[in-house]
Ligand binder design. Structure first.
Ligand SMILES: [Zn+2]
Ligand SMILES: [Zn+2]
Length: 191
């Protein structure tokens, strides 16, 4: 990745805007961020409403202002070891934290701002054709931020929809069993 793509910071927030935040990348911060992955566990699916939830961990200290200082930011204790954050006004699903790793906050990547994920719309270069209005995008860091290479809870993959992902996969979490790169449904008992 060209060093020039490295941002000083990126921004995100919930659907209604009550929760807004900036993720700062100090000079020593990892770029692109590597703690990036999908999780198809039922809790992540229920909380995000997505069949393929994806998030990325950032140092909590680099998220400004601190989410917990925002009265609209609410948390739900989803298990004995973790909690999830959301906007109490619009309901956007925002974060995941382990109780024991408060220094890391996993941000659901869909809440990163559109200009950051897709690039800024360049209306001066736009054109229309039979497909509609094409607006070229300038910049955008979605590929760097969202290239997930680890996928957990592949035991819940949906055949033909969420099973064929590039990178390392685990049947459940990363602490249980060896990872694999093939599709989870290619394994057969006794083969
Ligand atoms: Zn909101
Ligand atoms: Zn999960």
């Amino acid at each position: 990745m060209a060093p020039s793509s490295r941002p000083g910071s990126i921004t995100g927030g919930c659907l209604c805007g009550a929760v807004r935040f900036t993720i700062i990348f100090p000079k020593d911060a990892e770029w692109p961020p590597s703690l990036n992955g999908t999780c198809q566990c039922t809790m992540c699916r229920k909380h995000t409403g997505s069949i393929l939830p994806q998030n990325c961990a950032f140092p909590t200290a680099n998220i400004s202002p601190p989410l917990k200082e925002n009265p609209a930011y609410k948390i739900y204790k989803s298990s004995s070891f973790a909690y999830r954050g959301f906007c109490g006004t619009c309901g956007s699903s925002l974060t995941f934290n382990y109780d024991k790793e408060q220094e890391q906050t996993e941000i659901n990547l869909g809440v990163i701002d559109e200009d950051i994920l897709c690039g800024k719309r360049d209306e001066t270069s736009a054109w229309d054709d039979e497909h509609g209005h094409h607006v070229p995008r300038v910049g955008g860091l979605g590929r760097e931020i969202c290239s997930a290479v680890q996928h957990i809870y592949m035991e819940n993959a949906i055949l033909g929809v969420t099973d064929d992902l590039p990178g390392n996969k685990w049947l459940t979490d990363r602490t249980e069993g060896k990872s694999f790169t093939r599709k989870p449904f290619d394994f057969k008992k006794g083969a």
